[in-house]
Design a protein around this ligand. Structure first.
Ligand code: PMP
Length: 295
């Protein structure tokens, strides 16, 4: 993620990552009370472009406001800073990590200030390129009764770490978490779609992070005339799916081979997911995706 030369933006200045120091009494460090984003930049046909930058910074504002962290930033300045971080590190295809933390405060009161970090690094597809073997997690996705699940809050990711590690310890690639009602929710860091009878299904909002890639998949599907239905989905529906894929900024679009060792009806290469994956790649690279096909 960094080396001795890496430059980050931290509290108003571009500084070397290894020279930036936080305060050990920062409220975020103790309680997970911080907000972050995960964004990608691509080396497109039109130069380096941050994909869906407005949407990501809109979500960061929403997340901070949702949990009471001050947010004195505009999208325009954050986007300018992000491009400068990329440029100062000579990055074009890269992952950007904005993080808003709260200054020293050992009490459980809301944030009294905000500190901003923006880092960037090269990051290949987060879940790799091979089809994934998923395992239903014994951990449930955090409940909207306990947390504001639609906010991308640092502390929420303890749930994601537990689920990921459990799946890996059991020999799988990735976890699938159910919501508190027992419907499927999402992966630890990605949303899920299933294909059945030429239609895509994805869990409705409520117990999931409203993924920007999820929204993009819905947008692409609309353009390509593929119906998408957002609803509560039972595990059995996933087992009986024609195909399944995960999507997220870091993971992009990645096909699923099996869930709990049950494979799906269609080979990945014939799935709607493969078409979407191809279209997504073209979209982020600012190539025409409406006239392209998977084969
Ligand atoms: N769900 C969770 C829990 C995530 O952490 C992420 C990654 N931000 C996603 C879904 C996908 O969201 P996005 O497409 O906005 O990256």
């Amino acid at each position: 993620y960094y080396n001795e030369e890496t430059i980050i933006y931290y509290n108003g200045a571009f500084v070397k990552a290894i020279e930036a120091n936080g305060n050990v009494y920062d409220q975020t460090l103790h309680y997970g009370y911080g907000v972050f984003e995960g964004i990608r930049a691509y080396d497109t046909a039109n130069g380096v472009r941050i994909f869906k930058a407005q949407e990501h910074f809109d979500r960061m504002r929403f997340s901070c406001e949702a949990i009471g962290i001050p947010y004195p930033y505009s999208n325009a300045e954050l986007i300018d800073i992000s491009y400068e971080v990329l440029q100062r590190n000579n990055l074009s295809d890269a992952y950007l990590r904005p993080l808003v933390t709260c200054p020293p405060n050992m009490s459980l009161t809301k944030g009294r200030g905000a500190q901003l970090l923006i880092a960037a690094w090269e990051w290949g597809a987060y879940l790799g390129e091979k089809l994934l073997r998923l395992k239903t997690s014994s951990y449930r996705r955090i409940s909207p009764k306990n947390f504001i699940v639609e906010a991308k809050v640092s502390g929420h990711y303890v749930n994601s770490i537990l689920a990921t590690q459990e799946a890996k310890d059991l020999g799988y690639d990735e976890a699938l978490l159910l919501d508190m009602e027992g419907f499927i929710a999402e992966g630890p860091g990605a949303n899920i779609f299933i294909e059945k009878d030429q239609t895509l299904y994805t869990p409705q909002l409520g117990s999931i992070l409203p993924g920007i890639t999820r929204a993009t998949v819905i947008e692409i599907s609309k353009e390509l005339g593929i119906p998408v239905i957002e609803k509560q989905i039972r595990l059995e529906e996933v087992y009986n799916a024609d195909s399944v894929f995960l999507c997220g900024t870091a993971a992009e679009i990645i096909g699923v081979e099996s869930l709990d060792d049950q494979t799906f009806q269609k080979p990945w290469s014939e799935s709607i997911g493969a078409v979407i994956k191809h279209a997504y790649k073209n979209l982020v690279l600012e190539k025409d995706y409406k006239n392209v096909h998977a084969h």
